[in-house]
Design a protein around this ligand. Structure first.
Ligand code: ADP
Ligand code: PHD
Length: 453
């Protein structure tokens, strides 16, 4: 039995929905279908989720954003009309969205989450109607009825453990399950969404709960590539990758699959198959527990920008017990999370996502580090990019870091910092954001020219 997820790009218009239908019915093992909200039809288009956020934000300010509202309903309308579905499908979506937008706004975060979630909820209803219209036994299943319980963290939910047991019952559901991605319900019965792109997480939870043999994740590329295809044209495809490698790469910038979607499948031992809705016969990428370590030490290179580093230096820092704890306590007081913490004898750097560090927060933190920790020097460097090189094979091969730094030097990229993950499957290079593409291209050339991954 398979659980399949289709991303927004696979559901952006009627033509794509028709492909989804063909894919699902072509394999009787495809029992549950998780859907996202309609995504971009082309590069300049806007995702329905982004339109919903814009619309909810206006309503929260007491303004009715009719333009965004019409654009949202228009997206469903054009899909439904092109699929020749009866008018009541869109009438239902129109009425329920209007009611939702005018509902209680006393808790803005909860209101925003409910509006965001409607993107996938309405799409699941539309797609279920299409399957029925085509004579296939299929029905929409609401996550509350199915028991998809999550933590009460708006826009950042986590599944609760009891969820998995409840979802097992879906195996007995008559016909195909059409399930909206991206959200669940907290214990009070309120909607809470996962982080952005979180329909991947729903698919993984469902696959785990239903104890599927495989979780197929359909998107708009033939495979997970060894590097972002927006940086290198037609990069090498990855045929097999471990959960751990994929999680590192997803977190570091491979937006094709959500990093938090790996754990539920991993724990249940369910392989994830990333496939292309437009080329469904291609085998895609398998994400598995173990793989043969062949074809080089590095499997992928991911990158992301928008990082800052707080550099702290103090003579004899190595002998000062509790220095690290006190430094991190200061960050905790400002509710900041950090990504990496490379250190030396007399210095330590903390790398964190820049959006957390406003100028005023930066000023206060620097002052506290100087005053409370008596640091000799504290410097903040903004606009950094992190390049993450990942591969289980790195543990066993000598000289990988040297090859990467030589490649960067050849490309004229200055390395601001290096950090190796403790598991030895990842290595991070911090560079100036302006050097990100050049750095990735140089490292790709070094590790992938002529290699079949
Ligand atoms: N390493 C990678 N391999 C494949 N795609 C990648 C990679 N890194 C980034 N991407 C991007 O991820 C996109 C697919 O993710 P996304 O747009 O979220 O799809 P969906 O709409 O199916 O959820 C691809 O079109 C590609 O631009
Ligand atoms: N629609 C939501 C959830 C999601 O997973 O979408 P997509 O499959 O298009 O990445 C978002 O845009 O965040």
């Amino acid at each position: 039995m398979k659980v399949v997820k289709f991303g927004g790009s696979s559901l952006s218009c009627a033509e794509q929905v028709a492909k989804v239908f063909q894919i699902v019915v072509s394999d009787p093992e495809r029992k549950a279908v998780v859907v996202s909200a309609p995504g971009k039809r082309d590069a300049d288009d806007t995702k329905v989720t982004d339109l919903l956020i814009e619309c909810a934000a206006s309503y929260l300010q007491g303004k009715e954003d009719n333009e965004a509202f019409e654009a949202i309903v228009g997206r469903y309308k054009s899909i439904a009309e092109d699929l020749q579905l009866p008018g009541e499908v869109v009438e239902g979506i129109h009425a329920s969205l209007l009611k939702l937008l005018n509902s209680d706004r006393s808790n803005p975060e909860k209101y925003m989450d409910a509006v965001k979630a409607s993107g996938e909820d309405n799409n699941a209803k539309l797609i279920a109607a299409y399957f029925q219209f085509k004579g296939v036994e299929a029905s929409y299943v609401n996550p509350k009825d199915a028991g998809l319980l999550v933590t009460d963290e708006p826009g950042n939910a986590q599944p609760l453990p009891e969820t998995y047991e409840s979802l097992y019952r879906l195996r007995e559901h008559a016909g195909i399950v059409i399930f909206p991605g991206f959200f669940g319900y907290n214990e009070e019965g309120e909607i809470v969404t996962f982080s952005r792109s979180g329909s991947d997480i729903t698919g993984s939870i469902l696959a785990s709960g239903m104890r599927a043999d495989v979780y197929e994740n359909f998107t708009d590329v033939d495979a997970v590539y060894s590097v972002n295809p927006n940086i290198i044209r037609q990069p090498k495809e990855i045929t097999e990758i471990t959960y751990r490698e994929m999680r590192e790469l997803s977190y570091a910038g491979f937006s094709v699959f959500h990093d938090e979607a790996l754990m539920p499948a991993f724990k249940a031992g369910i392989p994830v198959n990333v496939k292309n809705t437009n080329q469904p016969d291609k085998s895609g990428t398998m994400i598995v527990k173990e793989r043969k370590l062949s074809n080089g030490s590095v499997i992928g290179i991911a990158s992301d920008d928008g990082f800052s580093s707080i550099y702290v230096s103090k003579y004899l820092l190595n002998r000062e017990i509790g220095f690290g704890r006190r430094l991190l306590n200061i960050l905790e007081d400002f509710h900041l999370s950090f990504e990496h913490m490379p250190s030396g004898i007399d210095d330590i750097s903390i790398i964190l996502r820049q959006h957390q560090l406003s100028e005023s927060v930066e000023k206060q933190i620097v002052q506290r580090i100087k005053e409370e920790l008596h640091a000799d020097d504290v410097k903040v460097q903004r606009d950094l990019a992190l390049i993450m090189m990942v591969g289980e094979g790195m543990r066993e091969s000598v000289g990988t870091a040297a090859r990467a730094s030589t490649a960067l030097a050849r490309a004229g990229v200055n390395i601001e910092m290096i950090n190796q993950g403790s598991s030895e499957v990842s290595m991070m290079f911090g560079v100036k954001a302006g050097d990100e593409r050049k750095a990735v291209q140089a490292m790709y050339e070094e590790f992938f020219a002529g290699v079949t991954v």
